[in-house]
Design a protein around this ligand. Structure first.
Ligand code: HEC
Length: 136
């Protein structure tokens, strides 16, 4: 094992020396290469709202909807849920789908949230589970 490590280190060192910039490469070329792929205007990942199903492109956050990820159901969720408290309380959650179902009823029975028609309820709950669940 030690031997393999030593060989690996030697190979890496040799590669590093070989790849070292030669005198002929201008300094700004090196800098450009180093910055490849860096986009200063890229939207930083919001730690309160990183929950997007893996494999799917990240949803844009909508500043008009409290920076909720802008997918179907964002608007309904915004207007219903921000009536009583900050959306941060939602965005910070990573809870199971079953817990979202439970909280829905809890919000209605204990906090006086108005019950929604079945379609709206389904829309908001799938939205919450899509973005703020521990299950995806
Ligand atoms: C009628 C008022 C009201 C509405 C509407 C409402 N909530 Fe709440 N919610 C509360 C109250 C009150 C609490 C408790 C806050 C506290 O513990 O300080 C709470 C707490 C929560 C919590 C934290 C639960 C926990 O485990 O501590 C979550 C998550 C939550 N709400 C999500 C939602 C979502 C999602 C919606 C929209 C579907 C919503 N709320 C709509 C009143 C409401």
């Amino acid at each position: 094992m030690e031997q393999i490590k030593a060989i690996l280190a030697a190979v890496i060192l040799a590669a590093a020396i070989g790849a070292a910039p030669q005198g002929s490469i201008a300094a700004d070329e090196i800098e450009l290469a180093a910055n490849d792929g860096y986009d200063p205007m890229a939207r930083p990942v919001n730690p309160l709202s990183p929950g997007v199903p893996s494999g799917e492109p990240e949803a844009e956050l909508n500043p008009e909807l409290g920076n909720l990820p802008d997918t179907s159901g964002a608007e309904e969720t915004f207007y219903l849920c921000s009536a009583c408290h900050s959306l941060a309380i939602i965005k910070q959650q990573r809870i199971s789908d079953a817990r979202w179902d439970y909280l829905w009823n809890w919000m209605i029975e204990k906090q006086g949230m108005p019950e929604q028609d079945p379609a709206t309820k389904e829309k908001i709950l799938s939205y919450l589970k899509r973005h703020f669940s521990s299950e995806r």
